[in-house]
Design a protein. Structure first.
Lengths: 286, 321
């Protein structure tokens, strides 16, 4: 009995130590995030104080309004939402269309096209980005939002198509047989019958494409860097941190940064089941 | 309807006879139409946005091209410049290698240890998994801004880290404003906050290890340490290998210093100028398109070589399940 009790005490102590370290690591890991939240809520005097404060002096939510109304982050927010909404829809659709052809249809050249597609996954992006800049420039597409979503409408990325194909292959053929007998064509079978069954992977693709486009400052910095061009929120943060309004009102940067971070954080928390599963299958299958 | 299908099936069976071969080919072509229509958008996308630019970039790499006035053939001139003319290159190579050699082991080992910890059988561990991942949801540009404040070097208005260093009586650090290797070290330090991203894949790998292995080991009297070294670690090697390759490819292209380091990411005295950033700056800041394309092709070859080398030396990977 006493040894049993001893063991219980020991295992409780071990658990206590583990919780202590879990909390400690969580606090350390979250400290930059909380720092950002605090700075977005600071009053102007407090943030411009020569001593860099960690905690805010109050909850100045008016910073959010000011940043988007007067700080120049308003239109970028609208553009960001527009681009991300397009990407959120186009990525699952484009992936589904290509994946259906690979998984369910027979056609000459299928394995060849598939291997060409898979090779593109290994290429460093920068190789294509430089000539694309020349191409966009020739077509008059630089300094518009088009380069941010147009390529993805056609080709959503090798990994995305590959993952959807893997998912589709596990959908049994019988699911489509009865529809086929009723005379449903391939397009109907793909989007009406198979697409809902692929929801978990498609939600993962859509949400992660949204998050990626939301945080992408690099593509706009390449293709729309003229001052009067429409640009997204992430690029606004990249470009405007050096501007004068922002050295006068650094709290606006952090208010805009807070909104820029909260959107992916909330999306992750809401869709974590799909996102974690998606990342895991992407990792395990790759 | 049904009889038609039977007829079709019958025709297909007959078609195997040698005499009817041409019509079978015809049938295959006819049957391919739907598939081709489905794949057409993707093939168009790959051709226009991937294949055409790749060929174009190889072509540009033999030219001195600045998009406006100059378009002169220079042969291998750009490549010779990379390896013997450009005074930035030794520093770029040294920084990239140093970053790869420090950052990859640190992130792999760090996230692995964190995942072992998060694999513990405790109440509420799932909530901690989410909490540890949250820093990764912060977009790169935001964390660049936040970290440039945390690591700010300024004697009058020091950043948070320098406040802490001063509080315990240590000298202030210049972090990524430094003009030596400690600038790269502070990028590695900063990356520790995104370790949670890597843990997700490790945790999936742990779940894939058959339970019976552990049960058998326990019956044989193997302790926790022994179980880790003879089961968990060997069973995670395929994932270690996958992470090693993807991390290498990502590290060689890394240009994230753009968001926080001084001098458009190059740092003071080019202390944070790495290969990915070098290409970006040549192309999009100096419009040396030809030279940037040559650099990009050197990167492609480097990525290919590293991947091939890793595949050649993957004997330590255990692919048994």
């Amino acid at each position: 009995m006493t040894t049993n009790q001893k063991q219980k005490i020991r295992s409780n102590a071990v658990k206590g130590v583990m919780y202590f370290f879990l909390v400690l690591i969580a606090v350390i890991l979250l400290f930059p995030y909380v720092f950002m939240l605090n700075r977005g809520l600071m009053s102007n005097e407090w943030i411009l104080d020569s001593y860099m404060h960690y905690w805010t002096d109050g909850l100045h939510f008016s910073n959010y309004v000011a940043a988007f109304r007067d700080g120049g982050y308003g239109m970028p927010l609208v553009y960001s939402i527009a681009v991300c909404a397009i990407v959120f829809v186009s990525t699952p659709f484009a992936s589904m269309l290509a994946a259906y052809a690979f998984a369910k249809l027979e056609w000459i050249g299928r394995s060849f096209v598939f291997s060409v597609m898979m090779v593109t996954a290994l290429l460093p992006g920068i190789v294509t980005q430089i000539p694309l800049y020349v191409l966009y420039n020739d077509l008059g597409m630089t300094n518009t939002l088009l380069p941010l979503f147009l390529p993805g409408i056609f080709f959503s990325g090798a990994m995305n198509v590959f993952l959807t194909r893997q998912f589709l292959m596990s959908v049994p053929r019988e699911m489509e047989e009865s529809a086929k007998l009723d005379g449903a064509n391939a397009l109907v079978r793909c989007f009406v019958i198979c697409m809902p069954l692929c929801a978990p992977i498609l939600i993962y693709l859509g949400v992660s494409a949204f998050i990626a486009a939301w945080g992408d400052y690099l593509t706009p910095s390449m293709y729309n860097n003229s001052t009067d061009a429409p640009y997204t929120l992430a690029y606004a943060l990249y470009d405007m941190t050096g501007r004068e309004t922002n050295s006068v009102h650094p709290e606006w940067i952090f208010a805009a940064a807070t909104i820029t971070s909260l959107v992916p954080t909330i999306l992750f928390t809401v869709f974590q089941k799909y996102l974690i599963e998606g990342v895991q299958t992407a990792g395990l299958k790759g | 309807m049904v009889t038609e299908r039977v007829k079709e099936g019958f025709a297909e069976g007959v078609a195997t006879a040698p005499a009817r071969r041409p019509s079978r080919l015809k049938k295959r072509i006819k049957g391919s139409v739907t598939g081709w229509l489905f794949i057409l958008p993707m093939v168009f996308g790959i051709c226009v946005f991937t294949l055409y630019p790749i060929i174009q970039s190889l072509y540009y790499s033999f030219y001195d091209y600045n998009m406006t006035s100059r378009f002169d053939f220079v042969g291998l001139g750009n490549y010779i410049e990379i390896f013997s003319g450009d005074s930035d290159m030794p520093k770029v190579m040294a920084n990239t290698l140093l970053f790869a050699l420090v950052n990859i082991p640190v992130t792999l080992c760090g996230s692995y240890l964190l995942a072992l910890f998060l694999n513990a059988n405790l109440k509420g561990i799932k909530a901690f998994r989410v909490l540890f991942y949250l820093p990764c949801t912060m977009p790169a540009i935001v964390s660049g801004i936040v970290w440039s404040y945390i690591m700010r070097y300024n004697v009058e208005t020091p950043g948070l880290f320098n406040q802490m260093l001063a509080a315990v009586g240590l000298p202030m650090s210049r972090f990524f404003y430094a003009d030596n290797f400690s600038a790269v070290a502070s990028i590695v330090l900063m990356n520790l906050w995104s370790l949670g991203g890597g843990t997700i894949i490790w945790l999936a790998q742990f779940k894939n290890i058959p339970r019976q292995l552990y049960e058998a080991a326990e019956i044989d009297g193997a302790g926790a340490v022994r179980r880790f070294f003879s089961i968990t670690l060997p069973m995670s090697t395929p994932m270690v290998f996958y992470n090693l390759i993807t991390n290498f490819i990502v590290t060689l292209q890394f240009n994230g210093t753009l968001t926080f380091a001084p001098n458009t990411g190059a740092g003071n005295g080019n202390a944070t100028l790495m290969f990915g950033l070098k290409i970006y700056l040549e192309a999009f800041r100096r419009t040396n398109m030809g030279y940037a394309c040559a650099l990009a092709w050197v990167l492609v070859v480097a990525v290919g070589l590293v991947t091939a080398l890793l595949f050649k030396t993957n004997k330590w990977v255990q692919y048994d399940n």
